[in-house]
Write a protein that binds this ligand. Structure first.
Ligand code: PEP
Ligand code: MN
Length: 348
């Protein structure tokens, strides 16, 4: 349930409601909107619901108490009507601009990362991606350089000025990754790894949560709810394609998830057409479509030598292709009222 405070409610009245909720063994989360404060009551309320609702309705400063049927609460638009805006160094996600994350699937060598980082930065990317710990379907595939890759990513950030995003696979990696990276990524295979979700909920870094390839949008938002309810409000959702009966593409890129999420949630959504399509020639059309559908940004795999990449080479763009895509997006984005964040470019 949500407790909607009156416009005129005082600090003391808001505090009074929160103490009441705590005394009931529930957790209050308040959101101070531009007009009024809304307090979400989170926890298992059980059969006491009606009684608790009427008790909270009678407290000073309360305008109304509304039950919510949706299972996700803190990530819902009802609780937080304005878009969540996340800032990392010079990059902004969710402010109406288009955030461009790009880089290799995996960090393979220092030279490979620096060369690719320079190319995507020059093309206008605002965030650098690169996997250090890789979740591979086969145990015999390249598993990532680990901490060595984190050091290269930090060096690439110093060199280009771009904040870096990299994947975390286990709760015990969260601290070391947060030490080097600006955004931590949860991959599709871990979307419902609840101990990992709770662990990133306690870290002072934004988290990009990829949609599980077999997850519904509601399950995805519930996974985001774990992170936010553990204390981290800075969650970015990422649509990366789902598994369907279709085999022509690696996954089925669910573009309709973008407007659905925009309606249900205040969290920003990034689209990943690289994993969605799985084929280099399909990445640009899917990227253009995702932007037109309202995505807050894209994450694109780019490699300086994709034909020799150690992971996801078939879907990795050549730097020149990424450069062309950026030029196309500079036309599409303004046509739908978005700009491409150029702060990082202007600073160089
Ligand atoms: C990746 O970003 O390289 C990755 C492994 O993505 P996903 O979890 O979407 O497969
Ligand atoms: Mn990849």
């Amino acid at each position: 349930m949500f407790v909607v405070m009156a416009r005129t409610a005082s600090e003391a009245e808001i505090l009074g409601v929160k103490s009441h909720i705590l005394a009931e063994g529930m957790t209050p989360f308040d959101h101070e909107g531009s007009e009024r404060t809304v307090i979400a009551v989170v926890g298992e309320v059980g059969p006491r619901k009606q009684e608790l609702m009427s008790r909270l309705s009678g407290l000073p400063g309360v305008e109304q108490v509304t039950p919510i049927s949706r299972p996700f609460k803190l990530t819902s638009r009802e609780f937080h009507p304005e878009d969540t805006v996340i800032r990392v160094l010079d990059a902004v996600i969710g402010d109406g601009g288009l955030t461009m994350m790009a880089g290799p699937c995996s960090v393979e060598t220092r030279d490979q990362l620096m060369e690719t980082a320079d190319a995507v930065a020059a093309a206008g990317a605002t965030i650098l991606r690169g996997g250090a710990f890789k979740p591979r379907t086969s145990p015999y595939s390249f598993q990532g350089l680990g901490v060595e890759a984190l050091r290269y990513l930090a060096e690439a950030r110093d060199r280009t000025g771009l904040p870096v995003i990299t994947e975390v696979m286990e709760p015990n990696q969260v601290d070391i990754i947060a030490e080097y990276a600006d955004i931590v990524q949860i991959g599709t295979r871990n979307m419902q790894n609840y101990s990992l979700l709770n662990a990133v909920g306690r870290v002072a870094r934004p988290v990009m949560l990829k949609r599980g390839y077999g997850a519904t949008i509601e399950e995805w938002l519930m996974a985001a709810e774990y992170i936010v309810s553990s204390g981290n409000p800075n969650v970015i959702l990422c649509e990366r394609g789902i598994r369907t009966f279709e085999t022509a593409t690696r996954n089925t890129f669910d573009i309709s998830a973008i407007p659905v999420v925009k309606k249900l949630s205040h969290l920003p959504i990034i689209a990943d057409p690289s994993h969605g399509a799985g084929r280099r020639d399909m990445v640009a059309p899917m990227a253009r479509a995702a932007v037109a559908a309202g995505a807050d940004g894209l994450i694109i795999e780019v490699h300086n030598d994709p034909d020799h990449a150690l992971s996801d080479g078939a879907q990795s763009m050549f730097p020149s292709q990424f450069d062309r895509l950026m030029a196309e997006l500079r036309i599409i984005a303004p046509a739908i009222g978005r700009s491409i964040c150029l702060e990082a470019v202007a600073r160089r």
